[in-house]
Design a protein around this ligand. Sequence first.
Ligand SMILES: Nc1ncnc2c1ncn2[C@@H]1O[C@H](COP(=O)(O)OP(=O)(O)OP(=O)(O)O)[C@@H](O)[C@H]1O
Length: 308
Amino acid sequence: MRNLLEVQNLEKQFSSQKAVDNISFSLEEGSIFGLLGPNGAGKTTLIRMITGIFYPDSGSIQFDGRPFSAENDIINIGYMPEERGLYKKMKIGEHALYLAQLKGLSRSDAMKAVKEWFEKLEMQSWWNKKVEDLSKGMSQKLQFVTTVLHRPKLIILDEPFSGLDPVNANLIKDEIYDLAKTGSTIIFSTHRMEQVEEICDHIILVNKGQKILDGTVNNIKQEFKENIFKVGVNTTAQNLMTPDFTVIKHNPDNLLLKLTEGVSNNDVLKFFINQGLSINSFNEVLPSLNQIFIKLVNDTPQARQFTA
Ligand SMILES: Nc1ncnc2c1ncn2[C@@H]1O[C@H](COP(=O)(O)OP(=O)(O)OP(=O)(O)O)[C@@H](O)[C@H]1O
């Protein structure tokens, strides 16, 4: 797979603070990429450079095999920012048509695309309602549709599920998978780790302007794993005296164990078998992205301070 986007050594400074400090990463075409980081980390600033809203102080951006040019490439990028702007007095159908035409679709193509998306997301009955009459979740759906309906090569979604109920969040999630399957590349910016684990192929974690983690969700979890296993077995504490592991938690029908360095899974299994116990399950427990995020971010001083 080729890269749709390659960002090299990007820097952006605001007064005395580096909002983005020497960040590089690349994005494979058709992938779903998670841009993560605590408040003030520099995510929005990074996105604003990728979408041509800000010029970087230094570094380079390659888009679709060429140096990024806001003028030419913006039509190929759909950006749904966290702070969203819609014209409140406009009718919803007209609004979607208007935005689709701004993105370069002819009136008839725009009409076709809007109808198709309104149908997919069960929004047909909204056509003649006014934007100001939409609930938060409904306007979120409208924003999503207007971001993706011209099928841009790169789609950037900032907290796309905020305000959505679980049914609508699932609808949007399925559409995100579909868009990626049909060739769009997605950047997904969020603090919600459980969504990232489920959706993203690749993530980077940014903290205080710097990239502190870059990899696939699975590789990152492997890198941070701590030799913890869950064993489905029914036993009493007296049976568990061994140098092979320590018991982290003793539940009624399972144990959470931390294996001693150098001890293999088979050693542990043998230990239980030798005790005549029957084992119902045996699984490695990988850390959640949330645990990894908190560990890494807590290892550096918390949120940034403003400098005078
Ligand atoms: N236009 C600006 N002028 C001055 N400082 C700015 C500007 N935009 C952002 N910053 C500063 O740059 C840093 C990064 O901000 P940014 O908005 O990129 O973070 P973020 O990761 O998107 O945060 P959040 O998750 O809270 O939206 C912050 O310290 C912020 O105060």
